[in-house]
Design a protein around this ligand. Structure first.
Ligand code: NAD
Length: 289
């Protein structure tokens, strides 16, 4: 039986990085008890302090009540074992964009979670149908693709795998609405809509820098002032994480088989150097703070 989205009281989030802590934040704020799981203790500690800081910021701006912010924080529990997710009615997987890691997690979730649990992935590009094939009930699996930063961005791209049940899609749309988001349903193809359209633009901006067409600041200024984008493509790539951008482009390139998606060599070089964008303190820009 699929639960009613309004009555969901228990959720799991696997992966406590940039996206995982944001997803835990919005679930907890909507009154859901969240268990946040990561392999790294340090990621869990950082995630909790980010959630606390971001809730505090929302409270100081009057976006949420002080009391609600405090209650939300107390609803987030952390741990390193997916075995603790057996009670969760919905689990959102938000681990690194690596197919083998995600396949392993879905296999574990299929073994541990209740038969009725909805298993969602926040993947940016990996096949939902392929992830679903790792669990006993593939009809329960779909994409729930939040945008970064999760507490701020309105869209949730709901991705229907080949075998996803209609009621699971409907439940997830209602769940997104409960979190104050707007769901848009799309079908499962590499990169879905968001990254299939976005990533080639970010990649092309990187080629502009690599070929010396312009400095990063100039490329971003052309796109913000000229195209009315709120943020330039290189600033956005740094926010997303350059390792995540590279992984998405590799999936697009391999699975669509078209060289227009080939990752820019400069992106590969930055990732090899550990320049991952904001999260590592350096990408196309430096983030000294
Ligand atoms: P991130 O690198 O910030 O965090 C990934 C986390 O996963 C890390 O804390 C890591 O320790 C954890 N992890 C790795 N293997 C694990 C395992 N086996 N079990 C549990 N935890 C594990 O990555 P992110 O930017 O938060 O991206 C997470 C997912 O969200 C990816 O699929 C990405 O494509 C997607 N996504 C990212 C963005 C973005 O802007 N960063 C936007 C939308 C979707």
């Amino acid at each position: 039986m699929i639960p009613d989205a309004d009555s969901v009281s228990s959720a799991g989030v696997v992966g406590a990085g940039t996206m995982g802590h944001g997803i835990a934040h919005v679930l907890a704020l909507a009154g859901v008890d969240v268990r946040l799981v990561d392999v790294e203790e340090s990621a869990l500690e950082e995630a909790l302090s980010s959630i606390e800081r971001n809730l505090g910021r929302q409270a100081s701006k009057g976006v949420v009540d002080e009391e609600d912010a405090g209650a939300a924080l107390s609803r987030v529990a952390t741990g390193t074992d997916t075995g603790a997710l057996e009670e969760a009615e919905i689990v959102v997987e938000a681990v690194s964009e690596d197919p083998d890691v995600k396949f392993g997690i879905f296999h574990e979730l299929g073994e541990t979670c209740s038969r009725d649990a909805v298993l969602a992935s926040n993947t940016s590009s990996i096949s939902i149908t392929d992830l679903a094939s790792r669990v006993p009930r593939p009809g329960r699996v779909l994409g729930m693709h939040f945008m970064n930063p999760v507490p701020v961005m309105e869209l949730v791209e709901v991705v229907r795998g080949l075998q996803t049940d209609d009621e699971v899609v409907e439940f997830t749309r209602e769940m997104a609405e409960r979190l104050g988001k707007t769901p848009v349903t799309v079908r499962d193809y590499p990169g879905f809509v968001s990254n299939r359209v976005l990533m080639p633009m970010l990649n092309e901006a990187m080629f502009c820098v690599m070929e010396g067409v312009a400095e990063p600041e100039a490329v971003d200024e052309v796109m913000t002032l000229g195209m009315n984008h709120p943020m330039g493509p290189l600033e956005l790539a740094d926010l997303i994480g350059l390792d995540t951008c590279l992984s998405i482009l590799e999936v697009l390139h391999r699975d669509l088989g078209d060289d227009k998606y080939r990752p820019c060599p400069l992106l590969r070089k930055y990732v090899s150097a550990g320049w991952l964008g904001r999260k590592s303190g350096r990408g196309f820009y430096r983030y000294d703070d």
